[in-house]
Design a protein around this ligand. Sequence first.
Ligand SMILES: *Cc1c(COP(=O)(O)O)cnc(C)c1O
Length: 413
Amino acid sequence: MYCDNEEQKRELAQRRAAELKARIEDYLRVRPLIPDGFSGWENILRRQEKIKKFFRAGDKEWYDWRWQVRSRIEDVETLTALLALPPEKVEEIRKVGEVYRWAVSPYFLSLMDPENPSCPIMRQSLPSLPELLDNEGTEDPMAEELTSPAPAITRRYPDRLTINVTNQCAMYCRHCQRRRNINKPDQITPQSHLQAALDYIREHEEIRDVLLTGGDAFMLSDEQIDWLLTELDGIEHVEIKRLGTRTLATLPMRVTDRLCSVLEKHFPVYVNTQFNHPLEITPEVEKACKKLSRAGVALGNQAVLLAGVNDDAHVMKKLNQYLLKVLIRPYYIFHAKAVKGTAHFRTRVEVGIEIMEKLRGYTSGLAIPTYIINAPGGYGKIPMLPQYLVSKDRDKVKIRTWENRILDYDNHE
Ligand SMILES: *Cc1c(COP(=O)(O)O)cnc(C)c1O
């Protein structure tokens, strides 16, 4: 009977729906236990009050990004006044700090939970002993210094390139791939180099996409950003501009109305940022993202796969879901390169592929970035994917679904 049949179909679909829910039951259990910047906001605000008091600062200073940069914490005395750390850890920071520079904005410091020894914010920002014990990595594994056809430019692709506009950052990530630059004094790329880079782009009509990176492109002043984007807009073959910045995570007050009105003038602008853990996504970040989106800026995230921070499918899933909540589209997950001093962050490639396997199907396609290994020698980004094409004949392919069902599929023209 038609009616019975309908009921049967509905019942099958309901059974299937229950099965689908069961596929994420483990995640639903774990998700509330993974710290994030929304559920943690009350605690973060309390720490911010303490930090403001220490600096005798009010909201006016706190929301002034230049004050945040000026007030970066970069010595153990200030750090221990603001954060209760065990004496061994303090000694470790002091010792490693003599070799590798560190600095944290007061805002990013307020995200740290000293009661959590594996706090993902502390792990990314405070020096640790393994940095000194890493004898494997090299300083420039991507040979950036051999792929620079003009001052400040890195070119690895036919139609796009990067201009390194500064070596400055709001903080110095412990996993930084450009460590070799951060021990040098803060420096905006000299005007003559920027001019030479722009000349190179002018002379190469195939360049349609220009990325301003660093360091952190948002460490430039609004005027400098405006000038660079105006110059690029004056080059007819440049179709899109991208800016790379981690300030959305480490210094969201950098996204001022003034900066947004500059970016708005230079449509189309893409901002790519770096969030590595959901704890970095706070109401303050949400505010900054809303402003940028209103200014017509498209937002993307480039996470780095970091042992002890996000080398876990559940953490990575929550990170990507929370990025979507603030209108940032997950774009890449980078495999951590063999940069000297960062061995303790490295994972095996299998870890990244397993994470990708556990994202596809289990959550929105929008929440799924591409996992990338940067080829040694500066030969470009290589996507690393789980295998969904199981085997291939002339007329048939075997394919695999996200739940691991193997299916035959006709392969005719
Ligand atoms: C990553 C990168 C780009 C941009 O690559 P997309 O895959 O287009 O995002 C361009 N130039 C260099 C040198 C890069 O490292």
